[in-house]
Design a binder for this molecule. Structure first.
Ligand code: IVH
Length: 668
């Protein structure tokens, strides 16, 4: 081994050890900065010396941009779920049944039930070769590329005492702190929020792009070791062994020798779990001896040697003081219950969402009612019922959904088929105005350097009433405001100036036309080329645009039929914002694939899936997700999903290789 190779190997080993200290032991021994420096050194050496490439190097955990459809693989042992119980009595029944069946002493291992998404990891020769989701229990999705980005999962097992082939199962989790960070980010970008860390974890694991997975800092706890050649004849012994191989096994595991020890464990963790960094929803009890597990066996769905005890969702009773109604950027009204503050799951709850008019009606709420609030896996508590018996004869007033906007007094409307009420006064309702300005300034739209507080200040000072007013701001006006100095004023003006170069499709997205998200804005920009042509477009012309349905088309027509919007757009045009598709964007657009519906499947050698998607759209084709009679052809890569293959054969849909596809584009 030469000097460079030796250094690379040493750095890899050292960084893997630090990853382990940090992600598994939660006990880092060097600073983040030192870690980053070492990582940079390794990255540099590896880039200079590709001959020493190793897929298991810590540098490879960042995730590549290659996207890949998941392949379905069969589990070696079916992935069963556990029977659920909710009462101490059920736990006692479980214990006594085992006692009767075995007729000999036994131990129960008590563990936390982690509330994430389950995973099966296969290690061969100590190397992680496959990670599969539960799927239907028999087959799951191969998510190896994504799982390889999770730092607490070792790519190579430590030591040399592991079996040649071993399967380890566990739970992939998004820690609370990450979950909150992610939702904040999604809120800022107006993407739908994840309801709880479990959904966020499984959603992340199914991401097509491992680089996004790597950003999200998933974690994993392992709780089950399977194989022909296990190190111990007890479950506990196998978990200890797994821990020694570098796998993250929870410390909260206890071998219990009696029912009362089990209940102590349950009671302790029912409160203590609130201090954990990850979500848990119960306790799992497992017979410790593998021999005894085999005697007990399985039912069709569950092992007889294990059971889950689910914690009671935290519920409290409190008084409903009032209901207020909030107005969002789109004018949607959200009813919020104001409660007598009550301690629930470790936090003081003062408010709960009531969602919409139907929910309020269904609960038959009255002011002053004693209501039950519950916090399941969700972050926002909800009202699950009313304590009707606690109602006195002096019942409070029935809660009715408002009929007028609480901010501007305009009568509300409820579009047919929708659950929500809206304030239709788009141009005059303050939260809608401020919300639209905020949206316009966001990074994915105009990327103007100002947050919601600035919008609020400028609006309150009477300096801005709409997005066009932003471009009339003067340094002197700004500096008259509290907290504004010359530097911050200059920064804002500079950022406004820079926004004049933002491409048309993002300006269009920034206008905040209802239902026109980023993708639709891009399609509209490419199809109509200029804002003037878009303004004149008819419903028919609009619906002929890819991805634009009647709802979107109607919304665009409605937007431009309002002279106030037309005036704003005209002003923006005069200030110099981009109102035509840029030459580069337009030049890239062809009609070579016009009228074709194309399905992409498998993995590719020359371009990533996303690149092929772009290519199809840029050439006027339509990307579709599933194979149907209408599919023109499938752009088929390696390892195409079996279900797609079957369907293509059944419907007689053509397959095209990537080389054929590229040639076709070139020739056309
Ligand atoms: S053992 C055959 N242990 O709960 C036993 N499961 O319905 C297999 N879970 O699908 C599961 N924490 O996703 C086990 N400490 C733990 C667990 C656990 C969470 C999940 C797992 C499983 C579900 C049971």
């Amino acid at each position: 081994m030469n000097e460079i190779e030796a250094r690379i190997v040493a750095l890899r080993r050292e960084l893997e050890q630090h990853n382990y200290n940090y992600y598994v032991l939660s006990a880092p021994t060097i600073s983040d900065r030192e870690f980053d420096e070492k990582m940079k050194e390794l990255e540099k050496l590896e880039a200079e010396h590709p001959e020493f490439y190793d897929a298991d190097s810590p540098t490879q955990r960042v995730g590549s941009d290659l996207t890949k459809e998941f392949r379905q693989v069969a589990h070696r042992y079916p992935m069963l779920s556990l029977g659920n119980t909710y009462s101490e009595e059920d736990v006692r029944d479980f214990y006594e049944r085992i006692e009767r069946t075995l007729g000999e002493p036994f131990e129960i291992v008590a563990e936390l039930k982690f509330d994430g998404t389950s995973i099966s990891l296969i290690y061969e020769g100590g190397r992680l070769v496959q990670a599969v989701t539960r799927g239907d229990g028999v087959r799951g999705d191969d998510v190896t590329a994504n799982v390889r980005t999770i730092r607490s999962i070792p790519l190579k097992l430590h030591g040399d005492s592991f079996p040649d082939e071993v399967e380890v199962r566990g739970e992939i989790l998004l820690p609370w702190a990450e979950f909150e960070r992610l939702n904040k980010e999604r809120e800022a970008q107006e993407e739908p929020l994840f309801a709880n860390p479990r959904n966020a974890a499984s959603g992340t694991l199914k991401q097509q792009n491992p680089a996004i997975v790597a950003e999200r800092k998933l974690d994993a706890y392992l709780y089950y070791v399977l194989g022909e050649d296990l190190p111990s004849d007890t479950h506990y012994g196998n978990l200890e062994a797994a821990r020694s191989w570098g796998l993250k096994v929870s410390d909260a595991i206890k071998v219990c020798k009696s029912l009362s020890e089990i209940f102590d464990y349950i009671n302790y963790w029912d409160t203590e779990r609130k201090n954990l960094p990850v979500a848990t929803d119960g306790i799992v009890l497992k017979v410790n001896s593998i021999r005894q597990q085999q005697i007990l066996g399985f039912t069709a769905k569950n092992p007889r040697w294990a059971i889950a005890y689910k914690f009671q969702a935290e519920r409290e009773r409190t008084r409903l003081n009032s209901v207020s109604f909030q107005v969002g950027r789109t004018g949607a009204i959200t009813p919020v219950a104001n409660l007598e503050p009550v301690l629930l799951a470790g936090t003081v709850v003062k408010r709960a969402s009531l969602h919409n008019a139907d929910i309020i009606e269904g609960l038959d709420l009255h002011i002053g009612d004693q209501v039950f609030v519950e916090k399941g896996g969700e972050i926002i508590p909800k009202i699950v019922g009313v304590d009707v018996e606690a109602r006195s004869f002096m019942q409070g007033e029935k809660v009715r959904f408002i009929t007028k906007c609480p901010e501007c007094g305009t009568p509300l409307v409820r579009p047919e088929g929708e659950a929500a009420h809206y304030c239709p006064n788009e141009a005059g309702c303050p939260p809608q105005i401020k919300g639209r300005i905020e949206h316009f300034t966001t990074r994915r739209a105009m990327n103007i350097n100002m947050g919601p507080e600035t919008v609020e200040d400028l609006y309150n000072a009477g300096l801005i009433h709409n997005i066009a007013d932003l471009y009339e701001l003067k340094a002197a006006d700004l500096m008259r405001l509290e907290r504004w100095a010359e530097k911050s004023a200059r920064n804002l003006l500079e950022s406004l100036r820079a926004s004049k170069d933002v491409p048309f499709e993002r300006v269009l997205y920034g206008l905040g036309i209802r239902y026109v998200g980023e993708t639709v804005a891009k399609k509209l920009a490419l199809t109509f080329k200029t804002i003037d042509r878009l303004r004149e477009a008819t419903l028919e012309e609009l619906t002929a645009t890819p991805d634009v349905g009647e709802r979107i088309a109607a919304s665009v027509v409605k937007y431009f039929s309002d002279p106030r919007n037309v005036e704003i757009v005209e002003r923006l045009k005069n200030y110099g914002l981009q109102m035509e598709v840029g030459e580069e964007t337009a030049a890239l657009q062809t009609e070579k694939l016009k009228g074709l519906s194309i399905v992409i499947s498998g993995t590719f050698a020359h371009h990533s899936r996303d690149e092929y998607k772009e290519m199809i759209e840029r050439n006027g084709g339509k990307n579709v997700g599933s194979v149907s009679k209408k599919t023109s052809f499938i752009l088929a890569g390696e390892n195409m999903g079996p279900s797609k293959l079957e369907k293509a054969a059944a419907l007689g849909v053509k397959l095209m290789t990537e080389d054929e596809f590229l040639k076709m584009l070139e020739d056309a």
